[in-house]
Design a protein around this ligand. Structure first.
Ligand code: C2E
Ligand code: CA
Ligand code: CA
Ligand code: CA
Length: 278
């Protein structure tokens, strides 16, 4: 695999297209990464607009590839979705996050709930929830400290197994948020059906709220709609004070973005936690 070039995206798309056995090259790479612990998780703080304090964090996967260096999720998650390995990656992330939370608790480092991005494929896997509950039991982490972020792609599948699984997790205390809202085929009726705790408005809509009055109007309407359905709203990708002030005036509940912090490696995140919630 060494001499395939530098651009990961190109490498994977070429290998997947050329390989007679479709994505075997990619699959092998990911499987090795899972066993060799080449993945890690960074944490991006989520800030309460009213108190200006960190209230939770999002787990974001990173791949320290032995030959290619740091590979970001946008370069491999889409292929992992296609090959189905996203389910194994997701399970790895859940275990990693739970072990990390456990570690913080043992060390008396103050913890916040952590949200994890979950692929629709995981919810479709038979008995997947049993495996997740096993991880929680093994690590002794309370379900209240986990949040699952799912996109509307999952709900649009409209599978009973998905619906039942979400309901089951919610009864056990796991929080749910609808991720990337405002990007897909808006699903106002799904919002009512699933009772998410949070709606996360995508960065593409937030990006220009201080410049584009239509984006601002749309954002305001989404926040009001969510509040009417008793859901909280998180705005993603906040980079400027102007964006923050507008979101504050719209009663947005939480923000996440470079204005406060980029995704942090564990050690940096720990010091953010010590400062951030006291
Ligand atoms: P996402 O769930 O929408 O995550 C937010 C992305 O926006 C992250 O990119 C984050 O680093 C970036 N971001 C946050 N604040 C800002 C900002 O102020 N400005 C800009 N320009 N970007 C900001 P990242 O870490 O590269 O992840 C990309 C996507 O990959 C995620 O989008 C998510 O869909 C997926 N992903 C990441 N980790 C996982 C994982 O563990 N499992 C699964 N299934 N998907 C993951
Ligand atoms: Ca997310
Ligand atoms: Ca998102
Ligand atoms: Ca996004």
């Amino acid at each position: 695999a060494k001499d395939l070039g530098k651009d990961n995206y190109v490498i994977y798309s070429q290998s997947i297209m050329k390989c007679p056995n479709k994505s075997t090259f990619f699959d092998k790479d990911v499987r090795r990464a899972l066993t060799n612990n080449e993945f890690r998780v960074d944490f991006q703080p989520r800030i309460d607009v009213k108190t200006n304090k960190m209230v939770s964090a999002e787990a974001l996967i990173r791949w320290e590839h032995p030959e290619r260096g740091l590979v970001l999720p946008g370069e491999f998650i889409p292929f992992a979705e296609e090959s189905g390995l996203i389910v194994d990656i997701g399970d790895w992330v859940i275990r990693y996050v739970c072990e990390q939370i456990r570690h913080w608790q043992v060390q008396s480092i103050p913890v916040v709930p952590v949200s994890i991005n979950i692929s629709p494929k995981s919810f479709l896997k038979r008995n997947w929830s049993i495996g997740v509950m096993q991880i929680l039991q093994d690590t002794g982490v309370s379900p209240n400290l986990l949040e699952f972020e799912i996109t509307e792609r999952i709900i649009m599948q409209n599978e009973k197994i998905v619906y039942d699984s979400i309901k089951d997790f919610k009864e056990r205390g796991i929080t749910f948020s609808l991720d990337d809202f405002g990007t897909g085929y808006a699903s106002i009726t799904y919002l009512k059906q699933f009772q998410f705790e949070y709606v996360k408005i995508d960065r593409s809509l937030i990006q220009n709220i201080h410049l584009d009055s239509q984006d601002a109007a749309l954002t305001k309407a989404i926040i009001e709609l969510a509040h009417g359905l008793r859901m909280k709203v998180v705005a993603e990708g906040i980079e400027t004070v102007e964006q923050f002030q507008i979101l504050q005036s719209f009663q947005c509940d939480e923000v996440q973005g470079y204005l406060y912090s980029k995704p942090l490696k564990t050690e940096q995140f720990e010091s953010f936690m010590s400062k951030g919630i006291h």
